[in-house]
Design a binder for this molecule. Structure first.
Ligand code: AMP
Length: 249
């Protein structure tokens, strides 16, 4: 069974992003970039299925600039077998990525596609769902457990107030939630080994995909700064302020 995993290069989750002064977006010049955390979980899930003898090959795919090769090398160091870079310097919105992944799915015919539930840069939470629709595959989103048996994936989904368990026939698209697993630390030997693993480069044009943006970003702004708090001398003052000023009791 082949597994395709989508990995996005995003601003590292520890970086405090700055909005560009003209409000057109976020400044990503000179900031640390890493693999989207939900995609690390996706790669880990796929590699564990290979280690369990359920999957035979794990292919990592990233769409983006040449530097996304680094993200693919990280996926290969976690344990993916080969990488595919769909290289583009254009802005790639979720629909464009879903179409590119769909084109790769048609070439590779995986039994399972695992993507993150959302990319932490755009927080769109759209790509997996759109890919499932384009590829006409069932989808199980926000997976917190994943079991593959008898041509089916059984997934416990994180929903409001609990877990919902669904079974989907393979081939299917799964999107990962935070509790699915804890990705391993990549070791130096695995990083060295990853350098020798195959990495192919394709382009939207070779895949015949139009990646023109369908949404225009009107404005990006910082969230309003929070007002400073105050210290109250005693409980009576706190209760009085909650009643008279905050009017919450
Ligand atoms: P989003 O819909 O943008 O929140 O992204 C959801 C998931 O789709 C991510 O966690 C990735 O697994 C995948 N994805 C989004 N953009 C890309 C990209 N440029 N390259 C590879 N995978 C992507």
């Amino acid at each position: 069974m082949k597994i395709l995993v989508a990995v996005k290069r995003v601003v590292d989750y520890n970086v405090k992003v700055r909005v560009k002064s003209d409000g057109t977006g976020v400044d990503i010049g000179n900031v640390k970039m890493s693999m989207n955390p939900f995609d690390e979980i996706a790669v880990e899930a796929a590699v564990r299925l290979k280690e369990a003898g359920i999957a035979t090959e794990v292919i990592a795919v990233s769409c983006g600039p040449a530097q996304a090769q680094e993200t693919l090398r990280t996926a290969l160091a976690i344990g993916a077998d080969r990488g595919i870079l769909v290289q583009s310097d254009d802005e790639l919105q979720p629909l464009a990525v879903a179409k590119l992944l769909h084109a790769v799915v048609k070439q590779e015919s995986p039994s399972l596609v695992i993507v993150g539930k959302q990319a932490i840069d755009d927080d769109s939470n759209q790509t997996g769902q759109m890919l499932a629709a384009l590829a006409d595959m069932p989808q199980a989103t926000f997976a917190s457990t994943l079991v593959i048996a008898d041509g089916e994936a059984t997934v416990a989904r994180e929903v409001d107030g609990g877990l919902e368990t669904v079974a989907v026939k393979l081939p299917a698209v799964i999107t990962t939630d935070l509790r699915l697993n804890e990705p391993r630390y990549v070791t130096l030997p695995s990083i060295m080994k990853a350098k020798k693993k195959p990495l192919d480069t394709l382009t939207p044009a070779t895949l015949g995909v139009d990646v023109a943006p369908r949404l225009a970003t009107v404005k990006v702004a910082e969230p309003a700064a929070r007002a400073a708090g105050i210290k109250v001398p005693d409980v009576a003052t706190l209760v009085a302020k909650l009643k008279q000023e905050a009017k919450v009791i």
